[in-house]
Design a protein around this ligand. Structure first.
Ligand code: NAD
Length: 256
């Protein structure tokens, strides 16, 4: 379990859900982890769990939508560990609101966290990534907006489609530094956020639409991220991997 030995990985939104699973698996593979999250308790819990499992982790409390926070996060990481090899821009929110009821503030909040947060965290880490031998930028995208649509999440879908455009274009610009930029598009993954923000009715309906017959586990996403972070993925850039239990495949309910 040492595929990321001697690497330093920053993971945003790692206090819970998918981000926590990525932090735990990267930590178990030998990377030193900086957990970035708005939620102090959740962030501390992730770092404690990594430490208890024998890994090394520090918590940075910060908001990915704030430029100063992200600049401070990069300083904190290099002060603590001297380098940044991997940035996993994972933090995201998915509050449901219909297009008719959506206010400008709703739109801005989702775009600021989900899309601007990717830009700001990449921008802050970039000078440090450029100095490393096999630097990686990983982004948690979504099938929503890229392969599928769902009512109540137009702002979210737009943010995730924007992420895929960002991935392709950043990959072009950063290839000269050997930095690869890739993402994972999760399907429906059972996380705290999913339970709190979308609720049980949503979860039950989604589970019925998945050919593999189950919701995803955060570890399903973390393992795809681990592959993209590993040396084996050195020649892959500008791509996303769909991890959804086959959810985007059926042409109709009948096909299921
Ligand atoms: P979650 O709500 O369980 O966890 C998200 C974490 O991000 C929380 O700890 C939260 O405190 C933190 N966070 C939120 N806003 C932040 C901010 N501004 N700055 C820093 N941290 C912040 O969510 P999740 O389900 O694990 O989702 C993680 C990512 O995966 C998101 O980008 C989401 O859009 C994406 N995703 C999730 C699913 C799913 O089914 N759960 C599907 C597709 C994509």
């Amino acid at each position: 379990m040492s595929r990321l030995r001697d690497k330093v990985a920053v993971i945003t939104g790692a206090g819970m859900g998918i981000g926590r699973a990525i932090a735990e698996i990267f930590g178990a593979e030998g990377a030193k982890i900086v957990v970035v999250d708005l939620d102090q308790n959740a962030g501390n819990q992730t770092t404690d769990e990594i430490s208890q499992a024998g890994g090394t982790a520090r918590f940075f409390p910060g908001d990915v939508s704030q430029q100063l926070d992200m600049e401070e996060m990069a300083r904190f990481t290099t002060d603590a560990f001297g380098q940044i090899d991997i940035l996993c821009a994972n933090a995201g929110i998915f509050p449901e609101v219909s297009l008719e009821e959506m206010r400008e503030a709703d739109w801005d909040q989702v775009l600021d966290v989900n899309l601007k947060g990717v830009f700001l965290s990449v921008k802050a880490c970039l000078p440090h990534l450029k100095r490393r031998p096999s630097p990686r930028i990983l982004v948690t995208s979504s099938i929503t907006g890229n392969r599928t649509g769902i009512s109540g999440l137009t702002h979210y879908a737009a943010s995730k489609a924007g992420i895929n455009g960002f991935i392709r274009t950043a990959a072009m610009e950063l290839a000269e530094y050997g930095i690869t930029v890739n993402g994972v598009e999760p399907g429906n993954i059972l996380t705290e956020g999913m339970e709190i923000q979308l609720g049980q009715d949503y979860i039950d309906a989604q589970a019925e639409a998945i050919p593999m017959g189950r919701m995803g586990d955060p570890k399903d996403i973390a393992h795809a991220m681990l592959f993209l972070a590993s040396d084996e993925a050195d020649y892959i850039t500008g791509q996303t991997i769909v991890v959804d239990g086959g959810q985007i495949l059926p042409e109709s309910k009948f096909a299921l």
